[in-house]
Design a protein around this ligand. Sequence first.
Ligand code: FAD
Length: 460
Amino acid sequence: MTLHRDRDISRESLIADLRAALGKGAVLTGAEIGARHVSDMSATGTAPPFAVLRPRTAAEVSAILRLCHSAGQSVIAQGGMTGLAGGGNPTANDIVISMELLRGIEEIDTVSATMTVKAGTPLEECQQAAADAGLFLALDLGSRGSCQIGGNLSTNAGGIRVIRYGMAREQVLGLEAVLADGTVVSSLNKMLKNNAGYDLKHLFIGSEGTLGIITRAVLRLHPRPAAIATALCGLADDKAIITLLRRAQAELGNVMAFEALWPDYHRHVAQILDVRPFSDDHAFWVILESTAKADDVEAFLAGMIEEGVMQDCAVAQTEAQAHAFWSVRDGHPVDDLPNIVNFDVSLPIMQIGAFAADCHAAIKMRWPSAHCFIYGHIGDSNLHITTSIDYGPGEDMHTVDDLVYGAVKAHSGSISAEHGIGSLKRSYLHLSRSPQELALMRTLKQALDPSGILNPGKVI
Ligand SMILES: Cc1cc2nc3c(=O)[nH]c(=O)nc-3n(C[C@H](O)[C@H](O)[C@H](O)COP(=O)(O)OP(=O)(O)OC[C@H]3O[C@@H](n4cnc5c(N)ncnc54)[C@H](O)[C@@H]3O)c2cc1C
C-alpha cells in the first residue's frame, strides 16, 4: 500500500516537472490518452501508458529524457504505430513519447540529392516532397500513409523496393538521436562517403527505440524513374520464380520490385477482390516491376513464356490495373479472418521453396482447417506467412510461433527480415543470433542505456 502511494506521488511530481518543461498541452494523462497509444498493428498491446508526451523539438525530447532518466522512468517512443512486432506497445507503468508533432521536412537539397526531415513525418509526405522536387525517395511500404520516418529507421524497414535500393538503413546519410540521459547526438551528415571513425547512426537504425530516440534524419534521394512497367506473371512452380528473378535482373535490368504469391494466398485474395488477370489457373503469381523501356519489358516477358519459365503474363496498361495487381499483394481481405498471426522471416534464397513447402505442410497437418498464406519479396530473401487458425485447447499464437520459427532455424533463416523483434519475437531471438552476438547487444544496451529506461522488454 505504502509502495503504491510512493509510486503515485513520484509519478505526480514527474508529470508536474514534465508539464513545466513542455507546457500543459504536450502532456496527456488518463482519459486524454487515445486508444491508438495502446497497441501497434499487431493488436497485442493491452494497457494504455500512464502518460503520453508530445514533443515538438529535439530539445523537448532531451528535456523529457533528462527528467525520466533521473526518475528511473521507462519511456516508449511511438511513431505511426503501424509496427507488427509489438515494439511500440506500452505497459501501464510506461510513459509514451509520441513523435507526431515533431513533423516536417526541413530541407530538400537537390544538389546533394538529400532530404532533411523530422522523425515524426509520415513516409508518404516525404515521398511526395521528393517527387515534387523531381527526385525519388526509394523507401516504400504498404503503411506509407501512417508510418513515420523515425519508426521506419528504428525498425530498419524494408518494403517493396529493397531489391533495387536496399533497406531503410541504405537510405540514411545522417541522423540525430537523443540518448537515454538526454544528450542530443546530432550527426546530420550529407556525404555518401564519411569514414571518420564509427558510423554511429547504425546504433539507432534497427534498434527499435532501445538505444536512443531518433529526432531527425538526412535521407538519400535518387533520380526519379521515368516510368515503371508492372507485370503479373503466372508460373507453375517455385523453382521458376527464382529463374524468372535472376533472368529479369540479368537480362532486363532495373527490377524495382519482385513479389511472389503462393497458391493459397492469391486464390483467396484475388477471388474476394475479383481480380482475374488470367484465363487459366496458375500455381504461383509474381508481380514484377521494372523501369526498363516498355518494349524491352514486353519482349523479355514474351521470351520467358516461349522458354517455358512462366505460363502467362499480364502487363498493366493503366495505373488502375497496376493498382489492382498490387491490391492482391496487399491482401487486405486476409485481415478479416480470425486469429491472424503475421510472420516476417528471411531464408537463404535457395531454401525459400523448401521452407515454404515444409512450413505449409506442417501447419496443415496440425490444423487441417487452417489458412496458411505465403507471399514475399523473394529477391531480398524475405518471405511473409500469415496464419489464421482455430486453436485447440491450450494452444495460442505461440504454438504456431514455435512451429514456424523451428522451421526457420532448420532452414538457416532469420526470425525477422524487416519488421523487427519488438516484444513478440524477443524469446525467439536466440534462434537467429549466436550467444556472442546477444552478449554484444547487451553490452551496447548497457553502455547507452545503463538504467534500462528506453523501451524495456523489447528486442533483448
Ligand atoms: C499495411 C502494412 C504494411 C507494412 N509493410 C511493411 C513492409 O513492407 N516492410 C516493413 O519493413 N514493414 C512493413 N510494415 C510494418 C511497419 O509499417 C514498419 O515496421 C514501420 O517502419 C513502422 O513505422 P511506425 O512509424 O509505424 O513505427 P511504430 O510502430 O510506431 O514503432 C515501431 C518501433 O520503432 C520505435 N520508434 C518509433 N519511432 C521512433 C523514433 N523516432 N525513435 C526511436 N524509436 C522509434 C518504437 O518504439 C517501436 O519499437 C507494414 C505494416 C502495415 C500495417
